[in-house]
Structure formats: C-alpha cells, structure tokens
Design a binder for this molecule. Structure first.
Ligand SMILES: [Zn+2]
Length: 168
C-alpha cells in the first residue's frame, strides 16, 4: 500500500485512542479525506479452526479474512480494534492485497471526529443486538416508546365531579 509510506512515523498518524460514549474509541487528529487509508488491522494470522476456538471462548477481535484465515487482533498495539461500530459510519473495513484488513474513510472526516465503521451483520447479531446498539445514530434515534393511553382530562374531571356530587 503506497499510501502507508506517506505517513512517516507514529506521530504522523491521523488518529488517537480516546474516550467515546461507550468506552474507548478511535478519533481523528487531522482531517482525513474520503477514500484515504486510515489504519490496518494488526495481529497474527490464524487458521479457521483456531479462530473458531478463540471465538468460542468469547474473543471479539478475530477478524475473518476469508474462509481459511483470520487475524487475531486482540493485541493492544492493534489500534484499529478501538474503532467502534456505527450504523452510520464514516469509514469501512476492506481487504487489501487479499490479506490485509484496512480501514478507509468513506466520508471526509474532520479532526476530532470519532472514526467508526460497520462491523457487519454477523457481529451485530451476535454481540451488539443483544445489548442494544449505542452508536450515535441509534442513540439519537431511539426506538419510539409505546405509551399506555393516558386518561383523558374529561374522564378524570367527570370522576371528580361524580365524587363531589356523591358528598352529602
Ligand atoms: Zn447503531
């Protein structure tokens, strides 16, 4: 990936790990243009059987490359793992050279914005749906709460009228 070589050192990287609404998140420290490479998913490559073993133990950072290979991204050095899920993301994961998972911007991202991507249907069903999605989109558009029909003013007024009239 030619783009990576443009970033000379760690200090040049346009992101940092910071506090997000749900814990930690990945935040832009500079403007990132739509289409730009942001970060890659770092970790050791593991086979399908091992990936399944880790996932059965509750591992959440196993990223599938294809039917044979996955990346175990549980290391804290793998900063992409801090990028949170969003249902209205500004980045997406993609496979580069058939073997590297990268995160790239799908919108122009301003410095200070949280960098998010869609974790995909399988992860969503397995880990997010049971506890409810806490992404900015879902938090700002909460499901409408069905209210019990309230007593109308009229009927409560009638009731108090009845009570009064019942007094001696
Ligand atoms: Zn959401």
């Amino acid at each position: 990936m030619a783009r990576r070589t443009l970033r000379k050192s760690d200090n040049d990287k346009p992101y940092r790990v910071g506090r997000s609404r749900t814990g930690l998140g990945l935040f832009a420290t500079a403007a990132i243009a739509k289409g730009d490479f942001i970060i890659d998913y770092k970790g050791r490559r593991i086979g399908h059987a091992q990936a399944q073993r880790l996932e059965a133990r509750g591992a959440r950072y196993v990223f599938e490359i294809d039917s044979r290979w996955s990346i175990d991204g549980s290391s804290r050095r793998n900063l992409m793992r801090y990028a949170n899920h969003s249902c209205r993301p500004n980045a997406e994961s993609a496979l580069a050279n058939g073997k590297i998972i990268i995160l790239r911007a799908i919108k122009n991202i301003a410095s200070g914005d949280e960098i998010t991507y869609d974790y995909g249907e399988e992860y969503f069903e397995l880990f997010i749906k049971p506890v409810g999605c806490k992404c900015a989109k879902c938090a700002n558009e909460p499901r409408k709460i069905r209210l019990k029909p309230a007593r109308t003013r009229r009927s409560s007024a009638q009731r108090s009228g009845d009570a009064r009239s019942g007094r001696p």
